[in-house]
Design a protein around this ligand. Structure first.
Ligand code: A3P
Ligand code: MG
Ligand code: MG
Length: 381
Protein backbone atom coordinates (compact mmCIF):
# COMPACT_ATOMS: atom_id res chain seq x y z
CA UNK A 1 0.00 0.00 0.00
CA UNK A 2 2.88 2.29 -0.69
CA UNK A 3 4.40 2.04 2.76
CA UNK A 4 8.07 1.25 2.17
CA UNK A 5 8.08 -0.90 5.28
CA UNK A 6 5.13 -3.00 4.25
CA UNK A 7 7.38 -5.58 2.65
CA UNK A 8 9.21 -5.98 5.90
CA UNK A 9 6.77 -7.68 8.24
CA UNK A 10 7.07 -7.54 12.01
CA UNK A 11 9.42 -9.99 13.69
CA UNK A 12 6.50 -12.14 14.65
CA UNK A 13 5.15 -12.34 11.13
CA UNK A 14 8.60 -12.87 9.72
CA UNK A 15 9.00 -15.93 11.95
CA UNK A 16 5.98 -17.55 10.41
CA UNK A 17 6.46 -16.48 6.82
CA UNK A 18 7.51 -19.26 4.45
CA UNK A 19 10.66 -17.76 2.98
CA UNK A 20 12.38 -19.90 0.36
CA UNK A 21 14.28 -22.96 1.58
CA UNK A 22 17.96 -22.52 2.04
CA UNK A 23 20.40 -25.36 2.41
CA UNK A 24 24.13 -25.52 2.91
CA UNK A 25 26.39 -28.47 2.33
CA UNK A 26 29.26 -28.85 4.75
CA UNK A 27 32.08 -31.29 4.41
CA UNK A 28 34.07 -33.06 7.05
CA UNK A 29 37.79 -32.38 7.08
CA UNK A 30 39.79 -35.43 6.05
CA UNK A 31 42.55 -34.91 8.56
CA UNK A 32 44.93 -32.13 9.43
CA UNK A 33 46.04 -30.15 12.41
CA UNK A 34 43.62 -30.25 15.31
CA UNK A 35 42.57 -26.92 16.81
CA UNK A 36 43.38 -26.27 20.45
CA UNK A 37 40.91 -27.49 23.05
CA UNK A 38 41.29 -25.86 26.43
CA UNK A 39 41.28 -27.95 29.59
CA UNK A 40 37.71 -27.61 30.96
CA UNK A 41 37.24 -25.65 34.20
CA UNK A 42 34.19 -26.25 36.35
CA UNK A 43 32.22 -23.04 36.90
CA UNK A 44 29.28 -24.43 38.87
CA UNK A 45 27.58 -27.70 39.80
CA UNK A 46 24.00 -28.54 40.63
CA UNK A 47 21.68 -31.42 41.47
CA UNK A 48 18.30 -32.67 40.37
CA UNK A 49 16.30 -34.01 43.33
CA UNK A 50 13.99 -37.06 43.27
CA UNK A 51 11.17 -34.55 42.61
CA UNK A 52 13.21 -33.41 39.58
CA UNK A 53 13.82 -30.00 41.09
CA UNK A 54 17.04 -28.26 40.24
CA UNK A 55 18.96 -27.08 43.28
CA UNK A 56 22.39 -25.50 43.55
CA UNK A 57 23.73 -28.13 45.93
CA UNK A 58 25.78 -31.30 45.55
CA UNK A 59 23.05 -33.47 47.07
CA UNK A 60 23.10 -35.84 44.09
CA UNK A 61 26.90 -36.17 43.99
CA UNK A 62 28.04 -39.81 44.20
CA UNK A 63 31.38 -41.33 45.14
CA UNK A 64 33.09 -44.22 43.38
CA UNK A 65 32.73 -47.64 45.01
CA UNK A 66 34.02 -51.01 43.85
CA UNK A 67 31.36 -53.18 42.24
CA UNK A 68 31.10 -56.61 43.87
CA UNK A 69 32.26 -59.65 41.87
CA UNK A 70 29.65 -60.80 39.34
CA UNK A 71 27.25 -57.93 39.99
CA UNK A 72 23.81 -58.72 38.55
CA UNK A 73 22.52 -55.71 36.61
CA UNK A 74 18.91 -56.83 36.34
CA UNK A 75 18.52 -56.38 40.10
CA UNK A 76 15.95 -53.78 41.12
CA UNK A 77 14.44 -53.40 37.67
CA UNK A 78 10.89 -53.40 39.04
CA UNK A 79 11.78 -50.63 41.50
CA UNK A 80 13.23 -48.29 38.88
CA UNK A 81 11.80 -44.78 39.20
CA UNK A 82 11.91 -43.57 35.63
CA UNK A 83 12.27 -39.97 34.63
CA UNK A 84 9.57 -39.23 32.04
CA UNK A 85 10.84 -38.74 28.48
CA UNK A 86 10.53 -35.11 27.49
CA UNK A 87 12.25 -32.92 24.94
CA UNK A 88 15.70 -32.09 26.23
CA UNK A 89 15.85 -28.32 26.74
CA UNK A 90 18.65 -26.11 28.00
CA UNK A 91 16.65 -24.31 30.70
CA UNK A 92 18.50 -26.01 33.56
CA UNK A 93 21.86 -25.25 32.01
CA UNK A 94 20.87 -21.62 31.47
CA UNK A 95 19.83 -21.28 35.11
CA UNK A 96 23.23 -22.64 36.13
CA UNK A 97 25.01 -20.27 33.77
CA UNK A 98 23.06 -17.32 35.17
CA UNK A 99 23.96 -18.38 38.70
CA UNK A 100 27.66 -18.62 37.76
CA UNK A 101 27.45 -15.20 36.11
CA UNK A 102 25.79 -13.71 39.18
CA UNK A 103 28.74 -14.96 41.23
CA UNK A 104 31.07 -13.37 38.67
CA UNK A 105 32.95 -16.56 38.06
CA UNK A 106 36.36 -15.54 36.68
CA UNK A 107 36.24 -18.19 33.93
CA UNK A 108 33.32 -16.29 32.41
CA UNK A 109 35.10 -12.93 32.35
CA UNK A 110 35.98 -13.19 28.67
CA UNK A 111 32.47 -13.97 27.53
CA UNK A 112 30.86 -17.04 26.05
CA UNK A 113 30.48 -18.06 22.41
CA UNK A 114 28.32 -21.17 22.61
CA UNK A 115 26.33 -23.07 25.23
CA UNK A 116 24.98 -26.63 25.23
CA UNK A 117 24.66 -29.92 27.06
CA UNK A 118 27.55 -32.25 26.40
CA UNK A 119 25.18 -34.70 24.70
CA UNK A 120 24.58 -32.43 21.74
CA UNK A 121 28.24 -31.40 21.60
CA UNK A 122 29.25 -35.06 21.57
CA UNK A 123 26.83 -35.56 18.69
CA UNK A 124 28.36 -32.68 16.76
CA UNK A 125 31.96 -33.71 17.33
CA UNK A 126 31.46 -37.41 16.59
CA UNK A 127 29.44 -36.71 13.43
CA UNK A 128 32.38 -37.41 11.06
CA UNK A 129 32.27 -41.04 12.19
CA UNK A 130 28.53 -41.51 12.67
CA UNK A 131 27.39 -44.10 10.15
CA UNK A 132 23.93 -44.93 11.39
CA UNK A 133 21.83 -42.41 13.25
CA UNK A 134 20.66 -39.07 11.88
CA UNK A 135 19.58 -36.36 14.29
CA UNK A 136 18.43 -32.74 14.49
CA UNK A 137 19.43 -29.80 16.60
CA UNK A 138 18.20 -26.30 17.21
CA UNK A 139 20.68 -23.47 17.16
CA UNK A 140 19.52 -20.27 18.79
CA UNK A 141 21.45 -17.10 18.53
CA UNK A 142 20.81 -14.34 21.02
CA UNK A 143 23.16 -11.42 20.57
CA UNK A 144 26.49 -13.13 19.94
CA UNK A 145 25.90 -16.34 21.86
CA UNK A 146 24.87 -19.61 20.22
CA UNK A 147 22.68 -22.01 22.19
CA UNK A 148 22.45 -25.62 21.10
CA UNK A 149 19.70 -28.09 21.82
CA UNK A 150 19.19 -31.52 20.38
CA UNK A 151 15.77 -31.60 18.75
CA UNK A 152 13.74 -34.77 19.08
CA UNK A 153 11.05 -35.08 16.46
CA UNK A 154 7.58 -36.20 17.59
CA UNK A 155 8.41 -39.59 16.14
CA UNK A 156 11.67 -39.90 18.08
CA UNK A 157 9.93 -38.82 21.28
CA UNK A 158 7.27 -41.49 20.81
CA UNK A 159 9.95 -44.09 20.13
CA UNK A 160 11.76 -43.14 23.32
CA UNK A 161 8.60 -43.43 25.38
CA UNK A 162 7.67 -46.74 23.86
CA UNK A 163 10.86 -48.78 23.70
CA UNK A 164 10.54 -52.59 23.68
CA UNK A 165 10.88 -54.25 27.13
CA UNK A 166 14.14 -55.99 26.21
CA UNK A 167 15.77 -52.70 25.23
CA UNK A 168 14.38 -51.02 28.32
CA UNK A 169 16.01 -53.68 30.47
CA UNK A 170 19.32 -53.09 28.69
CA UNK A 171 19.09 -49.38 29.39
CA UNK A 172 18.31 -50.16 33.01
CA UNK A 173 21.47 -52.24 33.31
CA UNK A 174 23.57 -49.13 32.77
CA UNK A 175 21.88 -47.46 35.73
CA UNK A 176 22.13 -50.60 37.88
CA UNK A 177 25.89 -50.57 37.28
CA UNK A 178 25.90 -47.02 38.68
CA UNK A 179 24.18 -48.24 41.85
CA UNK A 180 26.88 -50.91 42.39
CA UNK A 181 29.73 -48.52 41.58
CA UNK A 182 28.75 -45.50 43.66
CA UNK A 183 27.79 -44.52 47.17
CA UNK A 184 26.38 -41.40 48.74
CA UNK A 185 29.44 -40.96 50.96
CA UNK A 186 33.14 -41.05 50.15
CA UNK A 187 34.86 -44.38 50.72
CA UNK A 188 37.10 -44.53 53.77
CA UNK A 189 39.30 -47.15 52.10
CA UNK A 190 41.61 -46.53 49.18
CA UNK A 191 40.82 -47.95 46.63
CA UNK A 192 37.08 -47.65 47.22
CA UNK A 193 35.40 -50.57 48.96
CA UNK A 194 32.23 -52.48 48.14
CA UNK A 195 28.98 -50.92 49.37
CA UNK A 196 27.08 -52.41 52.27
CA UNK A 197 23.63 -53.21 50.81
CA UNK A 198 20.84 -50.98 52.04
CA UNK A 199 17.75 -53.15 51.79
CA UNK A 200 17.15 -56.68 53.16
CA UNK A 201 16.64 -58.22 49.70
CA UNK A 202 19.55 -56.43 48.10
CA UNK A 203 22.72 -58.13 46.86
CA UNK A 204 26.21 -57.21 48.09
CA UNK A 205 27.34 -53.82 46.84
CA UNK A 206 23.91 -52.49 45.89
CA UNK A 207 23.71 -48.86 47.03
CA UNK A 208 20.00 -48.29 46.52
CA UNK A 209 17.30 -48.44 43.87
CA UNK A 210 17.61 -46.49 40.66
CA UNK A 211 15.87 -43.14 40.36
CA UNK A 212 16.77 -41.51 37.06
CA UNK A 213 15.30 -38.19 38.17
CA UNK A 214 18.33 -37.74 40.38
CA UNK A 215 21.42 -36.38 38.64
CA UNK A 216 24.51 -34.47 39.59
CA UNK A 217 25.65 -32.05 36.90
CA UNK A 218 28.83 -30.14 36.32
CA UNK A 219 29.04 -27.06 34.12
CA UNK A 220 32.44 -26.31 32.62
CA UNK A 221 34.03 -23.53 30.63
CA UNK A 222 36.38 -24.50 27.82
CA UNK A 223 37.43 -23.30 24.39
CA UNK A 224 37.55 -24.97 21.00
CA UNK A 225 39.61 -22.98 18.50
CA UNK A 226 38.36 -19.42 18.91
CA UNK A 227 35.01 -20.29 20.48
CA UNK A 228 34.53 -20.13 24.22
CA UNK A 229 32.17 -22.91 25.25
CA UNK A 230 30.00 -23.54 28.29
CA UNK A 231 29.11 -27.21 28.51
CA UNK A 232 26.94 -28.93 31.10
CA UNK A 233 26.65 -32.63 31.74
CA UNK A 234 25.84 -35.34 34.22
CA UNK A 235 28.83 -36.71 36.07
CA UNK A 236 28.35 -40.25 37.37
CA UNK A 237 30.65 -40.02 40.38
CA UNK A 238 33.97 -38.80 41.76
CA UNK A 239 36.93 -40.87 42.92
CA UNK A 240 37.96 -40.27 46.53
CA UNK A 241 37.00 -36.72 47.30
CA UNK A 242 35.19 -33.95 45.49
CA UNK A 243 37.57 -31.10 44.71
CA UNK A 244 35.19 -28.74 42.80
CA UNK A 245 37.45 -29.52 39.85
CA UNK A 246 37.06 -32.13 37.15
CA UNK A 247 40.19 -34.05 38.14
CA UNK A 248 38.41 -36.70 40.22
CA UNK A 249 35.39 -37.16 37.93
CA UNK A 250 34.60 -40.70 36.82
CA UNK A 251 32.34 -41.81 33.96
CA UNK A 252 30.69 -45.22 34.34
CA UNK A 253 29.80 -47.34 31.34
CA UNK A 254 28.60 -50.83 30.62
CA UNK A 255 29.33 -52.82 27.52
CA UNK A 256 28.83 -56.36 26.31
CA UNK A 257 31.71 -58.75 27.02
CA UNK A 258 34.19 -59.04 24.18
CA UNK A 259 34.33 -62.58 22.77
CA UNK A 260 35.85 -62.21 19.33
CA UNK A 261 37.64 -59.73 17.06
CA UNK A 262 34.35 -58.39 15.75
CA UNK A 263 33.15 -57.59 19.28
CA UNK A 264 36.46 -55.90 19.91
CA UNK A 265 36.09 -53.80 16.78
CA UNK A 266 32.59 -52.77 17.81
CA UNK A 267 33.81 -51.80 21.24
CA UNK A 268 36.69 -49.76 19.86
CA UNK A 269 34.30 -47.86 17.59
CA UNK A 270 32.04 -47.22 20.59
CA UNK A 271 35.03 -45.85 22.51
CA UNK A 272 34.78 -42.67 20.44
CA UNK A 273 31.51 -41.76 22.17
CA UNK A 274 32.85 -42.72 25.59
CA UNK A 275 35.94 -40.67 24.88
CA UNK A 276 34.28 -37.53 23.50
CA UNK A 277 31.54 -37.47 26.12
CA UNK A 278 34.19 -37.55 28.86
CA UNK A 279 36.75 -35.35 27.13
CA UNK A 280 34.28 -32.48 26.72
CA UNK A 281 33.64 -32.23 30.46
CA UNK A 282 37.24 -32.90 31.44
CA UNK A 283 36.41 -36.32 32.94
CA UNK A 284 39.78 -38.10 33.21
CA UNK A 285 38.65 -41.66 34.00
CA UNK A 286 36.13 -44.09 32.52
CA UNK A 287 35.21 -47.31 34.33
CA UNK A 288 33.68 -49.89 32.01
CA UNK A 289 31.79 -52.90 33.31
CA UNK A 290 31.68 -55.73 30.79
CA UNK A 291 28.48 -57.72 31.12
CA UNK A 292 26.95 -60.88 29.73
CA UNK A 293 23.71 -60.67 27.71
CA UNK A 294 21.95 -61.73 30.92
CA UNK A 295 23.37 -58.79 32.83
CA UNK A 296 26.21 -60.26 34.90
CA UNK A 297 29.31 -58.10 35.14
CA UNK A 298 32.27 -60.37 34.45
CA UNK A 299 35.12 -57.85 34.39
CA UNK A 300 35.72 -54.14 34.81
CA UNK A 301 38.37 -52.02 33.18
CA UNK A 302 39.52 -48.49 33.84
CA UNK A 303 40.48 -46.26 30.93
CA UNK A 304 42.33 -42.98 31.19
CA UNK A 305 40.37 -40.71 28.83
CA UNK A 306 43.49 -39.16 27.29
CA UNK A 307 44.92 -42.59 26.48
CA UNK A 308 41.92 -43.88 24.55
CA UNK A 309 42.77 -42.40 21.12
CA UNK A 310 46.09 -44.28 21.15
CA UNK A 311 44.22 -47.60 21.53
CA UNK A 312 42.47 -47.16 18.18
CA UNK A 313 45.04 -45.15 16.24
CA UNK A 314 45.88 -46.53 12.82
CA UNK A 315 43.26 -49.29 12.94
CA UNK A 316 40.92 -49.73 9.97
CA UNK A 317 37.90 -49.02 12.20
CA UNK A 318 39.86 -46.45 14.20
CA UNK A 319 39.04 -42.79 14.65
CA UNK A 320 41.02 -39.61 15.10
CA UNK A 321 39.86 -37.11 17.72
CA UNK A 322 41.80 -34.39 15.88
CA UNK A 323 39.54 -34.82 12.92
CA UNK A 324 36.50 -34.47 15.19
CA UNK A 325 37.85 -31.27 16.72
CA UNK A 326 38.75 -29.80 13.33
CA UNK A 327 35.22 -30.51 12.13
CA UNK A 328 33.75 -29.07 15.35
CA UNK A 329 35.74 -25.88 14.93
CA UNK A 330 34.71 -25.53 11.27
CA UNK A 331 31.07 -26.14 12.18
CA UNK A 332 31.14 -23.52 14.95
CA UNK A 333 32.77 -20.98 12.65
CA UNK A 334 30.13 -21.70 10.02
CA UNK A 335 27.31 -21.11 12.51
CA UNK A 336 28.91 -17.94 13.89
CA UNK A 337 29.05 -16.60 10.35
CA UNK A 338 25.64 -17.65 9.07
CA UNK A 339 23.20 -17.81 11.97
CA UNK A 340 22.39 -14.14 11.78
CA UNK A 341 19.25 -13.85 9.73
CA UNK A 342 16.33 -16.15 9.67
CA UNK A 343 16.23 -18.71 6.95
CA UNK A 344 13.79 -21.52 6.45
CA UNK A 345 14.87 -25.11 6.73
CA UNK A 346 15.91 -26.34 3.34
CA UNK A 347 16.44 -29.72 1.78
CA UNK A 348 19.02 -31.88 3.38
CA UNK A 349 22.30 -30.75 1.95
CA UNK A 350 24.90 -32.99 0.49
CA UNK A 351 27.57 -34.35 2.74
CA UNK A 352 31.00 -35.42 1.74
CA UNK A 353 29.73 -38.64 0.24
CA UNK A 354 32.68 -40.39 1.73
CA UNK A 355 30.87 -40.79 5.04
CA UNK A 356 27.46 -41.30 3.46
CA UNK A 357 26.41 -38.54 5.76
CA UNK A 358 24.40 -35.43 5.14
CA UNK A 359 24.14 -32.08 6.81
CA UNK A 360 21.28 -29.84 5.91
CA UNK A 361 21.72 -26.57 7.67
CA UNK A 362 18.99 -24.00 7.76
CA UNK A 363 16.46 -22.07 9.81
CA UNK A 364 13.10 -23.35 10.84
CA UNK A 365 9.58 -22.06 10.70
CA UNK A 366 8.03 -22.28 14.11
CA UNK A 367 9.28 -20.42 17.10
CA UNK A 368 10.28 -22.71 19.94
CA UNK A 369 12.56 -20.59 22.01
CA UNK A 370 11.27 -18.39 24.77
CA UNK A 371 13.63 -15.56 23.93
CA UNK A 372 11.89 -13.03 21.70
CA UNK A 373 15.11 -11.88 20.00
CA UNK A 374 16.48 -15.31 19.24
CA UNK A 375 17.37 -16.32 15.73
CA UNK A 376 16.55 -20.00 15.49
CA UNK A 377 17.90 -22.55 13.05
CA UNK A 378 17.22 -26.24 12.73
CA UNK A 379 20.27 -28.21 11.71
CA UNK A 380 19.80 -31.71 10.34
CA UNK A 381 22.55 -34.31 10.36
P1 A3P B 1 25.55 -47.42 29.78
O1 A3P B 1 26.05 -46.43 28.78
O2 A3P B 1 26.56 -47.85 30.76
O3 A3P B 1 24.83 -48.57 29.15
P2 A3P B 1 25.80 -42.42 30.83
O4 A3P B 1 26.66 -43.60 30.52
O5 A3P B 1 25.82 -41.37 29.81
O6 A3P B 1 26.15 -41.94 32.19
O7 A3P B 1 24.31 -42.93 30.88
C1 A3P B 1 23.91 -43.86 31.86
C2 A3P B 1 22.99 -44.90 31.27
O8 A3P B 1 21.87 -44.29 30.69
C3 A3P B 1 23.62 -45.69 30.14
O9 A3P B 1 24.41 -46.69 30.66
C4 A3P B 1 22.39 -46.22 29.43
O10 A3P B 1 21.86 -47.33 30.07
C5 A3P B 1 21.44 -45.05 29.57
N1 A3P B 1 21.54 -44.21 28.39
C6 A3P B 1 22.25 -43.09 28.24
N2 A3P B 1 22.10 -42.56 27.01
C7 A3P B 1 21.27 -43.38 26.35
C8 A3P B 1 20.73 -43.39 25.05
N3 A3P B 1 20.99 -42.44 24.15
N4 A3P B 1 19.90 -44.40 24.73
C9 A3P B 1 19.62 -45.37 25.61
N5 A3P B 1 20.10 -45.41 26.85
C10 A3P B 1 20.91 -44.44 27.23
MG1 MG C 1 25.82 -40.48 33.36
MG1 MG D 1 27.75 -43.30 32.54
Amino acid sequence: DGDPDSERPSTKQRRRSPTPPQAYALTYPAAGAAPAFQQPTQIISFSYTPARELEFTDSALRFLASPPPRAQLTHGYDSWVRRPETRPRIDGLLRALSAARAKRHPALANGVGAVGWRGVLTRILTAPYEERDGWDMNVMRVNDVLYFEEHLTEEKLREKDDIPPRQRLQTYMGYAFESYCTSATPSSSNPPGVNVPQGPGDPPGWSGDVDTNVQWCSVVRTKLGETRLVIGGEVDCVRGKYTSKTDTFVELKTSMVIRNPQDEMRFEKKLLKFYMQSFLLGVPEILVGFRTPGGEVTTTQTFRTVEIPRLVRGKAHGWDPGRCLAWGEAFLEFLKKHVRVRRELGDRGEGTGEERHENGVGGKGEDETTHPDAVVWRVTF
